[in-house]
Design a binder for this molecule. Structure first.
Ligand code: HEC
Length: 517
């Protein structure tokens, strides 16, 4: 006789403090999800509140458990990057545990005030804006890949210190690669929907935009000023990607360039280029193939020391993994990037936390794998066909771009996040909050003045510009003004840069942009 398993209802001891949205989980979402999942953000829906997250519990569980969200392809055990989006193990366990225990809200009045997102630009209006004409996406059954080459109309040479890509329509711009075409040799191509990159070697990739990306900000104060020359006759080349489902929607993405003041000296030129490139291959149908590229070619090695700022690996749809490093027999390998599961949808420049010194005598190398079989759901051809190296999305590419420059002693020791934060002082403040802060920018003493006196449950959170919580303030109720001097806050512990005060005052959310210098 078949045994019947009786599942008895075992009474687990009640967890002393079951995790709740307000006390445990909201802050993780603010740190790792809401940069994209906020109203008007790049993701299709907001995950800012318990009311928004709880109906999607099953989808969130799925994405977090598989690692699909947050999107962050590089392996953090291989190298450390700025703007790392991955969940730590503790964060992941907390989210999963909370979902398994019924995704409780907790006390809504204790929900931390959220980070603040600027709806238009992060760095302000800049010195030059270059915009594509209004374009209607043609992505019906296939993604739409189009390219625009737009003249800068510049009349003199300038040096770029920051580049911000502002998508015209955040909901449909899946990615945008921005190139500098020094001689306006490229052309606009909006026919056919398969333009993935420029066709001339002189056109250099300068930055990329994927949802949630922060602008490319180069350190621009002593001891390290970095920049990129741009001059008369140049164009900005945009390679745009609009995903299926965006048909009929309009976009007009722009790039905002910020220049050093004319006459600034000691700016070190950075170069951007696909040092590791292999254009000479074909990928036979129904096979998994491996490719590699080395720099310099043949028996040559790197002739002088150089410093590497970032890495951008690039493949198309059949790529499955890619790795790039520098090596020298008998010496340590210098690791740049390892993407164990390539995702064409999430490509980016990964900026290192510290510049990577590549000494003379080394060689750079990349290794990639392509799955051109019917098992690969991203294979553009059914049945599989031989795929050749080429610029169309359905062709393949094997490139690794770098931002790099000649090495100077000390390069590998600079904390780039701190230097970039300090460089943010050069950018203007724009906000119209009812919280008054003075002086702003501030140094060691900050005064905050509120529209009404503080109540016992009010919350004041101090976020940095990328939405990470720095500290909370616990003011006495009844006050309308807070003096934050060195006795209250150890300001020296905070790098200079842009911060947001996010407050819940009498149940109402208010925020204020602050700059520390
Ligand atoms: C860098 C931007 C970004 C971040 C950070 C991010 N998401 Fe997403 N998310 C997206 C985009 C864009 C989509 C739409 C689907 C797509 O294009 O892949 C999405 C889709 C989703 C979906 C729907 C998935 C599906 O299969 O339809 C869920 C659920 C989700 N995200 C949860 C999260 C959670 C939870 C976090 C944080 C732990 C997070 N996301 C962080 C950009 C982001």
């Amino acid at each position: 006789m078949k045994k019947i398993l009786l599942v008895s209802s075992i009474l687990f001891p009640l967890l002393l403090s079951a995790q709740t949205w307000s006390s445990d989980v909201a802050q993780i979402f603010y740190n790792k999800c809401t940069a994209c999942h906020h109203p008007g953000g790049a993701a299709p829906f907001s995950l800012m509140t318990h009311a928004e997250v709880s109906p999607l519990a099953a989808a969130v569980y799925q994405c977090v458990n598989t690692g699909e969200m947050p999107p962050w392809p590089p392996d953090n055990n291989y190298q450390q990057y700025q703007h790392n989006r991955a969940l730590s193990n503790t964060e992941k366990t907390t989210i999963i545990g909370w979902l398994n225990n019924g995704a409780q809200e907790g006390n809504p009045n204790q929900t931390p005030p959220p980070p603040v997102y600027t709806s238009n630009t992060f760095l302000g209006n800049g010195d030059l804006q270059v915009q594509i004409p209004t374009y209607m996406s043609k992505a019906t059954t296939q993604d739409d890949y189009v390219c625009f080459n737009i003249p800068t109309n510049m009349t003199q040479n300038r040096i770029i210190k920051a580049v911000e890509v502002v998508p015209g329509n955040r909901e449909i711009v899946h990615h945008c690669l921005v190139y500098l075409d020094p001689t306006s040799i490229e052309s606009t191509d909006t026919i056919g929907g398969n333009c993935a990159s420029p066709s001339n070697g002189s056109t250099k990739l300068i930055t990329g935009y994927t949802p949630g990306a922060t602008p490319m900000i180069l350190p621009s104060t002593d001891p390290v000023k970095l920049g990129l020359d741009i001059g008369p006759g140049s164009s900005i080349y945009f390679a745009m990607h609009y995903p299926i489902g965006s048909y009929g929607l309009y976009d007009s993405t722009k790039v905002i360039l910020h220049f050093y003041p004319v006459g600034t000296t000691n700016v070190r030129q950075i170069s951007a280029g696909p040092l590791l490139a292999n254009y000479n291959f074909s990928l036979p149908a129904n096979q998994v193939s491996n490719l590699n590229a080395v720099y310099p070619p043949g028996a040559n090695t790197i002739p002088t020391n150089f410093s590497v700022l970032s890495v951008f690996p690039h493949m198309h749809l059949t790529g499955t993994k890619i790795k790039a490093y520098a090596y020298k027999p008998g010496a340590d390998t210098i690791k740049f990037v390892n993407i164990p599961k390539w995702d064409f949808m999430w490509q980016d420049f990964y900026f290192f936390k510290f510049m990577q010194k590549v000494p003379q005598g080394y060689k750079l190398k990349s290794e990639g794998t392509y799955d051109n079989t019917a098992n690969n759901p991203n294979n553009p051809n059914t049945p599989p066909q031989t795929i050749y190296s080429g610029f169309n999305t359905t062709d393949e590419m094997f490139l690794t771009y770098f931002h790099f420059l000649p090495y100077q002693p000390g390069d590998e020791t600079y904390d780039l996040e701190a230097l970039i934060s300090a460089s943010l002082n050069d950018y203007p403040i724009n906000d119209n909050s009812s919280i008054v802060a003075y002086p702003n920018p501030f140094d060691q003493q900050l005064t905050l003045s509120f529209p009404k006196s503080l109540e016992p449950n009010d919350q004041l959170y101090f976020y940095n510009a990328s939405g990470q919580l720095e500290f909370k303030l616990e003011p006495e109720s009844g006050t309308t003004e807070l003096q934050l001097g060195p006795e209250q806050i150890d300001w020296n512990k905070l790098p200079n840069g842009v911060y947001y005060l996010s407050a819940r005052l009498g149940g109402q959310l208010l925020s204020k942009k602050l700059i520390k210098f």
